[in-house]
Design a binder for this molecule. Structure first.
Ligand code: UN1
Length: 529
């Protein structure tokens, strides 16, 4: 009995305890990681570990296979209820969710920093992104318009009607443990669906805190909690959602490798999927670029979130005329960067999320060294002494390299390395740089730095960048919610957030209605007897 009690007791640092308590997460005992209207969890226990200090934040009870099954059927029931709630009323509930999230902006931001490792301003920014998409979806709830189409037959009308779709499964990643769920939840809820969330196994507390905030609002509005259900778990839970015929749409964010498995599983049952997979994003700097803007933007793009955004800048193509100057300035800002506690206001570089991320970083850097790349900055793990307040965390030095091989078909250019490693090459004309930009399997984001309108025209046009996000004098990361977010090619062609993304979360009904006293056939077909 004593052993059982000991295994479930945690002695949390006061820093962690304060963040958890502020979000209503128990600071003793195990934490329930399943919500389907009730909190539960009798499956495997996963650990939430702080990447900065290695402190154990919680043991989380994930979903057993039966609980997953129940969560799916509760989600279906919730959908059957919710689809008949008028869309503007759903929007009002979203408005309340927005308010509830905004009221906990700082606390939730701090939890993201604590559990994921991103710095304070980015943690709060992630909550803001959820708030923003709620605002967007509140408006959408009165604007999810269908169309009236001209019929070729007299006394007929054709309507295209957006109806609620069903259950939306959201499989999200560790790097944006809150906002990416927010994009999906907000659109799905406005559309009248139930959403079942399977977060990354390494960021369970963020998903629990968000679900608690939303569940309270749903309860106050008399809406079943399973409209926004949660199942923490491992890849088996993800696979069960991908394979379930009860899930109309699966929205997956993660690696190309896993995305391929998820995409095939969903397609094999003719479900719908939205895939947000790897990015391998390039920034191109032309000789006329304003370096006072470009240098800090590339700096943020490459090392913001410790290089773990899908949109992080991984490739830097510099025009020969400015390459040396640019690199000198970039190296200077890199050298001044101090790693530290993400919750400290002064910190710009937190840890990478996990030991796996450290491994990815070390392997990539080793490959670069083995292939004679010049290491212009960084190139190894930080020593413990370099980290204020300790050094048990996953801290790696942001690295800039100049690979020997500029051939874009080399593995180093073709592969997304999810860590702060920036590979550079020098080009002579814009066509060459655009060619390199497009020569990789992935196609998420890209940015061009120039003041010449002719370059802009090339870049955003038919022979320009082939990524889903194509920026000019704006870095590759940090997109706003208003435009559709997503990438082409092996990034999966998915679109989430703004733009027309909402149209995927509804079931379109093309309705031809005959108001006349005759029943003519289309295309003039004569079937009279
Ligand atoms: C992600 O990295 O999965 O554009 C999402 C950005 C953020 C979202 C990134 N708004 O960098």
């Amino acid at each position: 009995v004593l052993r059982a009690a000991l295994s479930t007791t945690r002695s949390l640092s006061s820093r962690a305890a304060n963040v958890l308590s502020a979000l209503d997460i128990p600071t003793t005992g195990e934490v329930c990681g399943v919500y389907d209207g009730e909190w539960k969890g009798s499956g495997d226990i996963v650990k939430s570990v702080c990447p900065t200090t290695s402190e154990l934040l919680a043991h989380v009870k994930t979903a057993s296979p039966e609980e997953l099954h129940t969560a799916l059927s509760k989600a279906r029931e919730a959908y059957v209820f919710f689809r008949n709630v008028p869309a503007p009323r759903r929007g009002e509930i979203l408005r309340q969710i927005r308010e509830a999230l905004a009221a906990k902006r700082t606390e939730l931001g701090a939890l993201i920093s604590l559990e994921m490792g991103k710095i304070k301003t980015e943690g709060i920014g992630e909550v803001q992104e959820f708030v923003d998409i709620c605002d967007y979806a509140v408006g959408l709830s009165r604007m999810m318009n269908g169309r009236v189409v001209a019929s070729e037959r007299p006394g007929h009308s054709i309507l295209e009607v957006p109806n609620p779709l069903g259950v939306v499964g959201v499989l999200s990643a560790f790097n944006f443990p809150v906002a990416v769920y927010g994009w999906n939840l907000a659109l799905s809820l406005a559309a009248g669906n139930a959403t079942l969330w399977k977060p990354s196994p390494t960021t369970p507390l963020c998903s629990i805190a968000v679900t608690k905030i939303i569940a309270r609002v749903l309860e106050l509005n008399g809406v079943p909690g399973a409209v926004a259900g949660l199942v923490t778990g491992d890849k088996h839970a993800g696979a069960a959602i991908a394979e379930s015929r009860d899930v109309e749409l699966v929205s997956f964010t993660g690696s190309e490798h896993v995305g391929r498995i998820v995409g095939k599983a969903v397609q094999s049952r003719f479900g719908k999927s939205i895939l947000e997979l790897g990015g391998n994003n390039a920034a191109i700097v032309m000789p006329d670029a304003d370096l006072a803007m470009a240098v800090p933007s590339v700096f943020f793009g490459a090392i913001g979130t410790a290089g773990q955004r899908c949109t992080s800048t991984r490739r830097l193509y510099l025009h020969r005329d400015i390459a040396d100057t640019f690199l000198d300035r970039l190296k200077k800002v890199y050298s001044e960067l101090k790693p530290g506690d993400p919750l400290d206001d002064a910190t710009l570089l937190g840890p990478v999320h996990s030991a796996t991320a450290v491994d990815v970083y070390q392997k990539a850097v080793q490959y670069l060294k083995d292939t004679d790349a010049q290491i212009l900055a960084g190139g190894s793990r930080y020593q413990a002494v370099d980290i204020p307040g300790g050094g048990n965390g996953n801290f790696v030095q942001p690295t800039i390299t100049m690979p020997k091989n500029v051939d874009p078909s080399d593995a180093l250019w073709q592969t997304e390395c999810f860590a702060p490693v920036l590979n550079c090459a020098v080009f002579d004309d814009i066509e060459e740089a655009i060619g390199w930009n497009n020569a990789v399997p992935q196609g998420l984001s890209s940015s061009l730095w120039t003041r010449d309108l002719r370059n802009v025209g090339k870049w955003i046009g038919p022979s320009g960048s082939d990524t889903g996000i194509v920026n000019v004098n704006v870095g590759t990361s940090g997109a706003e919610i208003g435009a559709a977010f997503g990438g082409n090619k092996s990034t999966g062609w998915g679109r989430e957030s703004g733009g027309d993304a909402w149209k995927q979360y509804v079931r379109w009904s093309a309705c031809t209605i005959n108001f006349s006293d005759a029943a003519p056939l289309a295309q003039g077909v004569d079937f009279s007897t």
